[in-house]
Design a protein around this ligand. Structure first.
Ligand code: ATP
Ligand code: MG
Length: 425
């Protein structure tokens, strides 16, 4: 019989790898907390209409990548492909953003039916941040500063760079779209099939085509910065000014447009050259009109989403000491010489856990030789090994072995706690 395997593009995260994820997640959570951002937990399934109305019907995401399905009641649902739309939906539904500011974050799996490759999966994870009620550009800078602090805390700041652009208001964007269509029509013979298909429905996407010939052509395309409205121009100028004054490096990329329809004004991407073709670790921007689209009022908003798989991959490849450095709890392994002592060992280990909750205690349940048990404990990363005697009468003969320096001593069971505390202090 053939073994059942995981669904294509959906990874398993094994314990060793999860250790890094947990550490990265904790760092991110602590930093977000230090800026006053609150966690929100949202469903993985939403109505399909939410994405059709917000992301835009002629985007890659809605056209090709959504996991839609009809449930038993006949409702059209979808496994969420991103977090912003759901976060806005929930914030409106629960009155979190009517006439008030909110700084929110969430973390969890997203689903997109894309071609799986390194850094691109069908189930992947994002940590997303959304701020409501602030027009910026100061809040735009705050988000960028959060990103910088995250990269620094993970030892990645040298390997990730910032690109920004402004799309202007939705109106000015529409004007630009017309100009761009005019340019594309003139050079239609140079476009590939994908771009031709997109030309009238989503011409902005042609700007960030990966096809080198199209890239070359687009160097000559009209620049969006010449078409944005005056208020957006001022907004962007102020943003650049603030970044300059704060010594934050960035590059203005006139071709940066982002994949989803709801963005306006500031758009940002954090890119690394160490990830191959999937170089964007984090993307975001303003979406000042999205709340209005889904409710009866309007609230300015901005957010970003980090691709966790790409971030963890960067940590693993560029910061090999990360795992060791952030591992703060030591493991103590308890080995017994005979079966008769098992009850004492179980009882003792519970007491040690009560007294030293920050350490990990692992009791060996194998009946193999002491030597084999020691070898196994070392392999599993033990810091200290405790070897209990053969029977209840020789409990003043407990061997305690510190694997960090190889030193070994024999003590009474009554002194275990004080000795451990002394060794692990
Ligand atoms: P890309 O251009 O790589 O497809 P995107 O513009 O579709 O990215 P966003 O919707 O902005 O991505 O999502 C934010 C981040 O989530 C991306 O920068 C990336 O790090 C991550 N991400 C997006 N799609 C995937 C995927 N299929 N697998 C893994 N990570 C992903
Ligand atoms: Mg994509």
């Amino acid at each position: 019989m053939k073994n059942i395997q995981s669904v294509r593009g959906m990874k398993d995260y094994l314990p060793d790898n999860v250790l890094i994820w947990q550490q990265v997640e904790n760092i991110l959570k602590n930093i977000l907390n230090s800026y006053g951002y609150k966690e929100i937990r949202l469903p993985i399934i939403e109505h399909v209409a939410l994405y059709n109305r917000t992301i835009g019907e002629v985007t890659d995401l809605v056209e090709k990548e959504m996991y839609n399905f009809t449930d038993r009641n006949g409702d059209s649902l979808v496994l969420r492909p991103e977090g912003t739309a759901g976060c806005v939906r929930s914030s409106i539904e629960h009155g979190l953003i009517y006439n008030q500011e909110q700084r929110l974050w969430y973390m969890g799996p997203m689903f997109r039916h894309e071609r799986p490759q390194c850094g691109r999966y069908r189930q992947f994870h994002q940590i997303g941040v959304e701020v409501f009620g602030l027009e910026g550009p100061d809040i735009d800078v705050e988000l960028i500063m959060i990103n910088i602090r995250l990269w620094k805390a993970l030892g990645l700041d040298k390997y990730i760079r910032l690109e920004i652009n402004s799309l202007g208001s939705l109106d000015s964007c529409n004007n630009y779209r017309k100009v761009l269509i005019g340019f594309l029509e003139k050079h239609k013979n140079l476009l590939d099939e994908n771009c031709k298909r997109r030309m009238y429905t989503n011409p902005m996407r042609v700007l960030d085509s990966k096809n080198p010939n199209i890239k070359c052509l687009m160097e000559y395309a009209p620049k969006i910065s010449n078409y944005i409205d005056n208020d957006s121009r001022t907004h962007f100028k102020e943003l650049c000014n603030l970044l300059d004054k704060l010594n934050i490096s960035y590059k203005v990329n006139h071709h940066l447009v982002r994949g989803l329809d709801y963005y306006n004004r500031t758009v940002i991407e954090w890119i690394s050259d160490f990830l191959g073709a999937q170089g964007t670790v984090c993307g975001g921007g303003r979406y000042d009109d999205l709340v209005k689209q889904l409710s009866s009022y309007s609230t300015p908003a901005i957010g970003f989403a980090i691709g966790m798989e790409r971030l963890v991959l960067l940590v693993e490849t560029l910061n090999p000491n990360f795992k060791l450095r952030n591992r703060c709890n030591f493991d103590v392994h308890i080995i017994t010489k005979s079966k008769d002592i098992k009850v004492i060992a179980l009882d003792l280990t519970e007491k040690l856990r009560d007294a030293m909750p920050e350490f990990t205690f692992i009791t060996t349940f194998r009946d193999s030789s002491v030597k084999k048990q020691i070898t196994r404990a070392i392999k599993k990363g033990a810091t200290i090994i405790l070897i209990l005697g053969e029977n209840a009468s020789n409990l003043n003969q407990v061997t305690i072995k510190d694997l960090r320096n190889g030193k070994q001593q024999t003590i009474s069971i009554l002194d275990i706690l004080s000795t451990l505390k002394f060794l692990l202090k």
